[in-house]
Design a protein around this ligand. Sequence first.
Ligand SMILES: Cc1cc2nc3c(=O)[nH]c(=O)nc-3n(C[C@H](O)[C@H](O)[C@H](O)COP(=O)(O)OP(=O)(O)OC[C@H]3O[C@@H](n4cnc5c(N)ncnc54)[C@H](O)[C@@H]3O)c2cc1C
Length: 343
Amino acid sequence: MRRATPSSPQGAEDAAALPLVLRVSADPQIKEAPVLRQVLLSASRSPRLRHVVETAPLSKQVVARYVAGTTAADAVRVTGRLLGDGRTVSVDHLGEDTLDRTQAEGIRDAYTLVLKQLADAGLAHGAEVSVKLSAVGQALRGDGEKIAYDNAYQICDAAKAADTTVTLDMEDHTTTDSTLSILGDLRKDFPSAGAVLQAYLHRTEGDCLDLATEGSRVRLCKGAYFEPESVAYQSRQEVDRSYVRCLKILMSGAGYPMVATHDPRLIEIASSLAAQNRRVQGSYEYQMLYGVRPEEQRRLARIGEKVRVYVPYGDEWYGYLMRRLAERPANVAFFLRSLISKK
Ligand SMILES: Cc1cc2nc3c(=O)[nH]c(=O)nc-3n(C[C@H](O)[C@H](O)[C@H](O)COP(=O)(O)OP(=O)(O)OC[C@H]3O[C@@H](n4cnc5c(N)ncnc54)[C@H](O)[C@@H]3O)c2cc1C
């Protein structure tokens, strides 16, 4: 039985609400610990640890920093607040690796519900949804790909009815071909459906070239999974260099680049590349995660850039939280302390 049900108090996205995180993040040794990153990414897939974490007296604060809440209403409320603040949103119903068809359909229905609620609240113009195909059936044995396609199709249809669109999140490298192939099929009827490419994969420059076409929305991120050397760059420098090469392709191409990073250097490079390629503001966008660098999100919005915040909600926050901790092991001390907290 899951116990921690995060609520997102006003202002929970502000790092100022979490002074302890800021204090421990000053330790560069913790910040750069690659072994810890590997452990956390493995932990994100461990059912045993998941049980321990979910049933611990977990401080609501840890989860609420990154997650809007558990219900569609929570996602709509946070979306309204971010839109009111000049940002746009991509809503993610948390869940992945669904191994049961009914559960996959439940996630599809959760998306159609949240899309309807966003439309009813008059917010859909500024809020799309992000969908993980593994959450809607891709990993099911047999006809998993077909089930994922059908469910994603219905979500795209609901998004179209709400006058917005969908982006397909990218998961580990074993799913890349399947996800890009399903995206290609969806784009025949929903051309605005967005792709995600991960700069840490060796293949991604080639995928950028393929997808930098007229009207093609492409989110470029570094990549959040634990990938082997055979398919992915391992060092930060190599990943960053690949990110820049990919960004050059996307910014000079005919598509719509979505620059998903919190990295100050890459944000600066993206802005120079946009200028070099004579892109006007709004012909590309910046994307960041809910709760990560909110002040930078506001700064970019203030100078007229389009900023989209990725807002996850739902009960299935465990894998998501572990990947966020792996990106910033400095937060782990805060997390561990919250595990033993009685509050
Ligand atoms: C909108 C969006 C969508 C994404 N979709 C996907 C996807 O579909 N598939 C996928 O594999 N990955 C996805 N990611 C995750 C991405 O791949 C990276 O793992 C993540 O963004 C961290 O990389 P970074 O570019 O921010 O750089 P990093 O080098 O990790 O961070 C740069 C700086 O940002 C700040 N920062 C970064 N993370 C945190 C944090 N958790 N807490 C506090 N500060 C932090 C720190 O100041 C850090 O020094 C997505 C990311 C975003 C922003």
